[in-house]
Design a protein around this ligand. Structure first.
Ligand code: ZN
Ligand code: ZN
Length: 507
């Protein structure tokens, strides 16, 4: 049983409601990355499992657009120092291409979700506040401030200052949402009075003139949106942490049962460094140790990214290595689930395409020839098939450019690599001569036929087959290693191969 089904069954057994609402929430303070994506993938898997159990369920995403900018992150220009403390929805886009800072990071993420085929209802925190959906919960929080403070202290062990308020007013002078203190309120008028660190005193509306402190906000949101299931990072799940606090606030203040929690482990980013030990770091947008979702989707198909995350139980961490290990997972996917793309695109394994694309030097027309030469039939009239080949080739090109280790990369040398060929032994040259002979009068040999020839030639010259592989790589690529030799030879032109081998022998 997939973990999502096990969790869905447990949810149904523990909470009987007409409709389940599976909620996610991510703050768009920087690029929303592959680590953040786990929350969505977990939620989507559980949502799907609930629906499969014939349970009515919704999947929602709240973009925390009303959170303040915590500090000036390294990717922000100096002048953004002035925006620290303002809600992300009220700060200009640092790159100038979207209506706000929040939009700059939310929009590409939503686009990525569409590519991933994940459908969810999107809410924006700033809109939830300004539309007044929070008003009742804010009033409740203000009126029962002392109970709230007591709960937070009891659960977290943290003493709150005497002037603490569950509501953080948005100062109309400096625009910050984390600098003003509430001095009084009028629940009838739905306003709070405040003085701000900037010297301003003012009146703030409960409709968008501020937001609830985050632990209170989380609990209020459960009730407002009817949340019954929520995955969140395991750091919120620690005893005395934000989920424990939210649960008590929700139950004691809002009379609403806290959602079924699904704490999940982090995704760690593992990067191979040539000649060094691989580095493993937690993904973090502010520290720049992350891969934005949109960027990853340029180098791997969406089904792969989903597969990589969804195959692991939420309580197990994932070491995400976008280099060779990712390629192994692509292999596993193609074996277990099926080919990527339609028609011939699906038939060509991703790993094989890595060889073909490099032989074709990223030229699409050449790529089609190379594909045909390696034994695949392309239906030129089938537009969808061509589109898929092109798309899959684009993933391959980007993966090669950004994540591939050096030893995976190669270039078929258009000129005879003279210096490299000087390293060949007499036996290796004899082998190349036999290869040239095997090509006399032959049209195209398949990868498997080539494979057999390698062993036959090795036996004939009494050498180890790996020496023969080396000789071929050197003659073609100018280096002693390369992609699977059968694939390589099968996709190259016969005349080219024969001429090359003969020239190498003569040298
Ligand atoms: Zn932008
Ligand atoms: Zn102010």
């Amino acid at each position: 049983m997939h973990w999502s089904e096990a969790i869905a069954r447990d949810i149904v057994a523990k909470r009987n409601v007409k409709q389940h609402v599976v909620a996610t929430g991510i703050t768009p303070s920087g690029d929303i990355h592959v680590g953040n994506l786990r929350e969505i993938i977990v939620a989507e898997a559980v949502h799907t499992a609930l629906v499969d159990l014939n349970v009515d369920a919704r999947l929602i995403y709240v973009a925390d657009t009303f959170d303040p900018l915590r500090r000036r992150y390294p990717f922000l220009p100096q002048e953004y120092e002035a925006h620290v403390g303002k809600p992300l929805s009220e700060i200009p886009d640092p790159y100038g291409c979207h209506p706000s800072y929040a939009d700059h990071f939310v929009q590409p993420f939503l686009d990525s979700l569409e590519i991933l085929g994940i459908e969810l209802e999107v809410f924006r925190a700033d809109a939830l506040y300004t539309s007044g959906r929070y008003v009742a919960t804010i009033k409740e929080a203000l009126a029962k401030k002392n109970d709230l403070a007591r709960i937070i202290t009891e659960v977290s062990g943290r003493d709150l200052p005497a002037d603490w308020s569950p509501f953080n007013p948005l100062c109309e002078r400096c625009g910050r949402i984390n600098a003003a203190k509430v001095t009084g309120y009028d629940l009838e008028q739905e306003v709070v009075y405040y003085t701000c660190a900037c010297g301003n005193t003012g009146v703030a509306s409960l409709r968008g003139g501020g937001k609830l402190a985050w632990r209170v906000d989380w609990a209020a949101r459960w009730q407002i949106l009817g949340v019954t299931v929520e995955p969140f990072g395991k750091d919120h799940a620690s005893p005395g942490g934000s989920f424990d606090t939210g649960k008590r606030i929700s139950e004691e203040l809002y009379n609403y049962p806290a959602p079924y929690p699904i704490p999940f482990e982090h995704i760690l980013l593992k990067l191979d460094k040539a000649g060094e030990k691989a580095t493993v770091t937690a993904m973090s947008s502010s520290r720049g140790t992350n891969i934005p979702v949109y960027q990853m989707l340029e180098a791997v198909p969406p089904e792969i990214l989903k597969y990589v995350i969804a195959r692991v139980w939420p309580d197990k961490h994932i070491e995400f290595n976008p280099g060779l290990p990712l390629l192994n997972l692509v292999d596993a996917y193609e074996r277990e689930v099926g080919g990527i793309g339609r028609g011939v695109a699906a038939a060509i394994p991703f790993r094989h395409l890595i060889t073909l694309v490099q032989i074709a030097r990223a030229d699409f027309t050449t790529l089609l020839e190379v594909i045909k030469r390696s034994g695949y039939e392309i239906h030129e009239a089938n537009e969808a098939e061509l589109v898929d080949i092109q798309q899959k080739a684009r993933y391959v090109e980007n993966w090669l450019r950004i994540y591939a280790p050096e030893h995976v990369k190669f270039e078929v040398q258009s000129e005879l690599p003279v210096e490299a060929i000087k390293q060949l032994s007499a036996t290796q040259k004899k082998a190349l001569a036999l290869f040239a002979q095997a090509l006399q009068g032959e049209t195209n040999l398949s990868a498997e036929e080539w494979h057999n020839i390698f062993y036959a030639v090795a036996a004939q010259v009494t050498a180890e087959v790996k020496e023969i592989f080396k000789a071929v790589y050197i003659a073609l690529l100018g280096k002693p290693s390369g992609p699977r030799a059968g694939w390589l030879l099968a996709s190259l032109d016969t005349d080219f191969l024969r001429t090359r081998f003969e020239a190498a022998v003569k040298l």
